[in-house]
Write a protein that binds this ligand. Sequence first.
Ligand SMILES: [Zn+2]
Length: 177
Amino acid sequence: MHCEEIPVFLRKTIAVLATTAALSTGLVGTAQAATVLTYNSTGAGQFQAAVDKGAEVWNSSVTNVKLRKTTGRANITVTWDTGWPRARVTSLGRGSWIMGTQAVNEGHDTVRISSHEFGHLLGLPDRRTGLCTDLMSGASAGTSCKNPNPSAKEKAEVEGNFRTAATVQATTFVDAA
Ligand SMILES: [Zn+2]
């Protein structure tokens, strides 16, 4: 088959049309804006610093969602009590979690508890693998485990949850040892 060379003016037109189409579908040059979730930890008492550190862990681990502290109305409410840590997820990024002193008194790390519970709000379930490198292994990794960071797989899962606005069933996770 014989192909004529495309004239310059047509090539330019084609290039402009391609760029316009790509821009209109958001495929070029626009990184996805992060979902911002607010959390209010004024009810977390002496654990507020640990709560903030858990939020910072996620903020430095993923790009599609960011946790922002507020003292007003929030997507996520954090409190403390004397039971086991637990999270009540109503939908992706919405709900509450509780810092439970039963786990703290046993020696579990408060920052790991915080990032674990935020993990539930970000759509991650419990996976009791016993591995300290997994954040969602929770108490199964033992009290010697101080790792507050999600694994690469856990990070990727959260990125995916917020890239696709995943549907998360309402669930309460109780993190008893
Ligand atoms: Zn859990």
